[in-house]
Design a binder for this molecule. Sequence first.
Ligand SMILES: Cc1cc2nc3c(=O)[nH]c(=O)nc-3n(C[C@H](O)[C@H](O)[C@H](O)COP(=O)(O)OP(=O)(O)OC[C@H]3O[C@@H](n4cnc5c(N)ncnc54)[C@H](O)[C@@H]3O)c2cc1C
Length: 411
Amino acid sequence: MSTWDAEVAVVGLGGWGACALWQIASRGVDALGIEQFHPGHGWGASHGGSRMFRITCLEHPELVPLARRSLELWHELADLSGTSLFENRGGLLIGPEDGRIVGGTLRAALHHGIPVEHMTPATLRERFGQHAELGPDDIAVWEPSAGILRPEDAVRAATQLARSAGARVVTGTRVHSVELVSGGVELETGGGLLRVRQAVMTIGSWLASLLPGLALTPLRMPITWFRPATGDSRFELDRFPVFMRELPGAEVLWGNGSEKEHGVKLGLEVHGRAPRPIDPDTDDRCVVSEDWAELTGVLGRYLPGLEPVPSQVSVCMLTTTPDGQFVIGRPGGDPRLILAGGCNGHGFKHASGIGELLADLVTHTPPPMPLDFVSPDRVALRCSMRDAGGEGLPACATAPDARVRASPPAR
Ligand SMILES: Cc1cc2nc3c(=O)[nH]c(=O)nc-3n(C[C@H](O)[C@H](O)[C@H](O)COP(=O)(O)OP(=O)(O)OC[C@H]3O[C@@H](n4cnc5c(N)ncnc54)[C@H](O)[C@@H]3O)c2cc1C
């Protein structure tokens, strides 16, 4: 009789973990998903009703093929689950032509042959006049392949398909510790000890506290919804598509138009200043006026016509890495453990493709893209995990120069 509870445990069923469990179980692997809350909850990073999808990934050239593959998988997930998960409405990138957002988008489009449309300030004013106060160097890029993903529905659909493919799913159960043992991993949970051959840790902002020693910074990111003035239909989603707009000072305003009972969804990334690091367990999710003060400070200028106080606010968690790239892989090449996190605020669009990459790692299938730039070893400051297995495999390699300045998140 096997002494193992499962071949693979996927710990954390947010966007990345739910998609990983779906992909792993679909390959016939005996898989167990463990989630401390329930799939589709609002305490991590995968909630808020919408996420921007775009193929023009300005964050790294290797992410473009990942986004393309992710889109295929989002369609597959939607078809198999009978759920509408992606709305291909196009997306708008606004800012200086040589800036981070538009410059990066144009470079990605050129390099990878992604069809985009350039808009002069005059065209932008004509088509999307809601965006006021354009700077003298501002232009816009329209990406027809962009659109909106539905995070909560996607998490629930992937979890359900994983179950249908044979995965066991345990919710309301927290993993309190992870210990490497001979031939596998022991997970101490509220419901007892679980022994698995491989553990895939997709625990979002909790990765930094469960496995301390990684150069990861969890941050509090509020999402806010604002109502347009009564009778103003210019801000409805079909007329005000998902966008990112680089403002003077390199702040980035992002959001999408209003839907159903919700107002216009907006957020602001403030660059050049460290956002507030938090502990996802102790951070108070109640919202305070500081959560939207900076945004309301610029709103009247750049998007006039919205009420100055949000109608709804939600708090989201994200995790940054020193170089702004994800963390995906086996620390120190350890065959027992896979880490996946460090979303840097732009990881939902890739969740389905990352799920497939994680299934490749679990099944020792060569992944379709190089994973060096996302290697966990580059964020491993010191080895903090107990290895009772005595296999001499370092769970964390040491990268003393990993402490470089955190780069700002993007969408
Ligand atoms: C405000 C905001 C806006 C964003 N906008 C975009 C966007 O437009 N486009 C885009 O592509 N990306 C966007 N992102 C990033 C994207 O949302 C994240 O990359 C993605 O949701 C990360 O998913 P995850 O599964 O890694 O983390 P999470 O969704 O946080 O999932 C981690 C899961 O692990 C569980 N867990 C943690 N610890 C334990 C434990 N010990 N035991 C059991 N379970 C545990 C948690 O409960 C949680 O369910 C945005 C992020 C934020 C915060």
